[in-house]
Write a protein that binds this ligand. Structure first.
Ligand code: FES
Length: 96
């Protein structure tokens, strides 16, 4: 499904954790480190399609809290998984 990341469009299938595609997604300017939800460098804001993504895991919640990302729309890009394809598109933007 169509995922717009900092304006760049990717085709990402349902069920794939975005961290597995970090080498592709970093071309859109998202920084990755651990890719397993612990370092927090990949934090971004989901502008569209949050309802089609997985809920954050406990690890992701803890990392988000530690880095002060308290809005529901703020997520760790590496941890995102598309669970529902009913959204037109998913749009994500990093905040720098
Ligand atoms: S790359 Fe470390 S939390 Fe996403």
């Amino acid at each position: 499904m169509k995922v717009r990341i900092n304006g760049k469009v990717f085709e990402i299938p349902k069920g794939v954790r975005f961290g597995e595609l970090s080498h592709e997604i970093e071309k859109a300017g998202i920084e990755f480190g651990c890719t397993d939800g612990q370092c927090g460098v990949c934090v971004a804001r989901v502008l569209k399609g949050l309802e089609c993504l997985n809920e954050p895991s406990e690890t992701e919640e803890e990392t988000l809290w530690r880095i002060g990302a308290v809005d529901e729309e703020e997520r760790l890009t590496c941890q995102l998984i598309i669970e529902d394809e009913s959204c037109d598109e998913i749009e994500i933007e990093s905040e720098d």
